[in-house]
Design a protein around this ligand. Structure first.
Ligand code: PLP
Length: 456
């Protein structure tokens, strides 16, 4: 059987775009640092760290060693029925020191989607526990993405993703507008935008009746929605609103956690402590799947240590010893190599270098970044306030591959999220590649506009 024959058995083969590269050419076989190699031996710069996952970079033998050792010692034991295991307990204690404030109690799961499920379930259980059973609703943001389970699709702010499931008619979920400065700032300031969105959030909670609202869930930066970076001040305002109206705040740090934005967590940019934090991806840099919902003491204290009733039901792989061992090795690398600081410094360098590269490109509406979450947002130079044709933006996916790197283009946005271990030389290499790609698209747009004028 050829690779092409085997790939056809992957369900995802049916769901992908099939751009100019063949499926076999996109079979990735190995990785090292910021690079991956396909099966034919072609090297590609992984400027998207898989799916903004591989924070410490590819091919870390240290994590492989930790995994091998743990598999040999104890590959699996549940953390239900009062059992635990050393890596799970060590990791929970480690997370309690890394996360801000009194976020100190961790419920592990496997994927980011499940972490958000657990966060919403803990929120609901908390309100039941403290005698406020009417509080169950969850408010989320437009453009938000929180996972692919039915529960997390209910809080998804991307209509195309959820339309098929709408007949299932979820109860108690509502969306409010996320602050998207480039497209929604208008003639006002960032502060005006934050105020408008915050007012909408307050109105939504009041209309629903605060006594029925359990939580607001949001990403500090909205990654899948287009690396949207709300102005500083937004998270603080959401925290205040949640406090005023007695609603829990859940931060979905699945992508922003563990250094991506140049601080350990996205909420650290505003010194905000959410009531619950969902984490995944960077916790193991994807070496083994692992996720968690981390709760504040205020919530955990509502469930006494001597309780015999189950509250939130954990899944089979909650606190998986091998995944937790991988996470401990991963966190040790992040700390030893100062990757959070590196993300801040290299993010600033990449941003400045890309801005220089694309300064003459009228199609680039904005370059924005926080740490190593970076995006170019494309505007139509001939139609003020309109995004560039999404097909043209999508063409950047293949153009990037042709130039030897992987990034992610969708709607009006081209997103980069390279591994946090990226060096200055690699940043410069990537900025050059991005510059060439965007200038190529700009030239094509300019040529098309000229030939339209010539034939008119
Ligand atoms: C912010 C955010 N939350 C949740 C998820 C879902 O995580 P998973 O795909 O591991 O279920 C993602 C995935 O990209 C994400 O970006």
């Amino acid at each position: 059987m050829t690779d092409a024959d085997m790939i056809k058995h992957l369900w995802t083969h049916k769901t992908q775009d099939h751009p100019s590269w063949s499926d076999e050419d996109l079979m990735i076989e190995r990785g090292e640092g910021v690079y991956v190699w396909n099966r034919k031996g072609r090297r590609l710069f992984d400027a998207y760290a898989g799916l903004a996952v591989v924070n410490v970079g590819h091919g870390r033998a240290e994590i492989a060693d930790a995994v091998r050792e743990q598999v040999a010692k104890l590959a699996y034991y549940p953390t239900t029925r009062q059992f635990s295991n050393p890596p799970a307990a060590q990791l929970a204690a480690r997370l309690a020191t890394l996360t801000p404030g009194d976020l100190k109690y961790t419920l592990f799961a496997v994927s980011g989607s499940e972490a958000n499920e657990r966060s919403m379930q803990i929120a609901r259980m908390y309100w039941l526990k403290v005698g406020r059973p009417r509080k169950y609703k969850v408010i989320s943001l437009t453009h938000g993405y929180h996972g692919a389970t039915l529960g997390t699709l209910a809080i998804c702010g991307q209509p195309d993703m959820v339309r098929a499931y709408e007949p299932l008619a979820w109860q108690g979920f509502r969306k409010v507008t996320a602050p998207y400065p480039m497209w929604d700032r208008g003639a006002g300031t960032d502060e005006d935008l934050v105020r408008r969105c915050a007012d909408q959030l307050v109105d939504a909670i009041r209309e629903e009746d605060p006594e029925t609202v359990a939580a607001v869930i949001l990403e500090p930066c909205l990654s899948s929605g287009g690396s949207i970076i709300p102005p500083l001040g937004w998270l603080e305002r959401v925290r205040d609103i949640c406090d005023e109206l007695d609603v829990l705040m859940i931060a979905d740090e699945v992508i922003t956690g563990f250094g991506r934005t140049g601080k350990w967590f996205g909420v650290d940019h505003e010194n905000v402590v959410p009531d619950l934090m969902s984490v995944a991806k960077g916790i193991t840099s994807g070496y083994i799947p692992l996720s968690a919902s981390i709760a504040r003491a205020k919530l955990a204290d509502a469930f006494p240590e001597n309780s015999r009733e189950e509250n939130v039901h954990p899944n089979t792989y909650c606190g998986h010893p091998v995944a937790c061992a991988a996470a401990l090795a991963n966190l040790a690398i992040i700390e030893r190599e100062n990757l959070v600081k590196n993300a801040e410094a290299m993010g600033a360098r990449l941003h400045a270098a890309i801005e220089t590269q694309v300064r003459d490109c009228a199609i680039v509406g904005e370059v924005r970044s926080r740490g190593l979450m970076l995006a170019l947002d494309f505007a139509d130079p001939d139609r003020r306030g309109q995004p560039l044709d999404r097909k043209l933006v999508a063409s950047l996916n293949t153009r990037a591959l042709d130039k030897g790197y992987i990034a992610a283009a969708k709607d009006s946005v081209f997103r980069l999220a390279p591994p946090l271990c990226i060096s200055a030389a690699e940043v410069d290499e990537l900025a050059n590649l991005v510059g060439e790609t965007v200038r190529e698209l700009q030239n094509e747009v300019t040529r098309a506009a000229r030939s339209k004028v010539a034939t008119a």
